[in-house]
Ligand binder design. Sequence first.
Ligand code: DX5
Ligand code: ZN
Length: 221
Amino acid sequence: VQDFLIAPSILSADFARLGEEVDNVLAAGADVVHFDVMDNHYVPNLTIGPMVCKALRKHGVTAPIDVHLMVKPVDRMISEFIEAGASYITFHPEASEHVDRSLQLIRDGGCKAGLVFNPATPLSYLDYVMDKVDMVLLMSVNPGFGGQSFIPGTLNKLREARARIDASEFDMRLEIDGGVKVDNIAEIAAAGADTFVAGSAIFSAHQASDPHGYDTVIKQM
Ligand code: DX5
Ligand code: ZN
């Protein structure tokens, strides 16, 4: 049996009430906190860094924190996020000068390591590092913003990634990020994903008119 994990992306949360937002999605049944780090260099947006991760831990968040690094260079942020209480750290191979070294740094710090594939990035980056990867993250949008539409070609890429993982001797999660909604998640799961990032779908459901919107969306997923 596959275990499916729901990972709300806090990029779409209300940053002025971040602790409460994270508590609410976890109470509603979310499994993992997806934490998008953008540097206005590797991607055209600027978000949050290790201090905010540390603050969530201090606030009492014990769930896994899945740090998605959209930064260049990568390695210094790896050490900072290990220190800040990250559980998973994933990065884009194009943003690292030495992919094998970055993966090893993450593992040496006691975190799970992952590679992120942009829509046009080939899965062949996995070829020589499968033994150092705990998570394969496929982007189903171009990174930088929440609220974009799922790129349909990602479904075939997911099938390809699933086949690679199953053919390997390693235990890896297959995560999907971008445009995941209640009405396409079944199809995405059927294509092989087991870990689902959803930002706008989850956080936009929480409105004054529907204070339990999170529960509804997360349970439907
Ligand atoms: C995009 C981020 C995503 C984003 C997803 O660069 O990596 O995690 O928050 O947002 P939605 O679910 O709204 O597409
Ligand atoms: Zn992300």
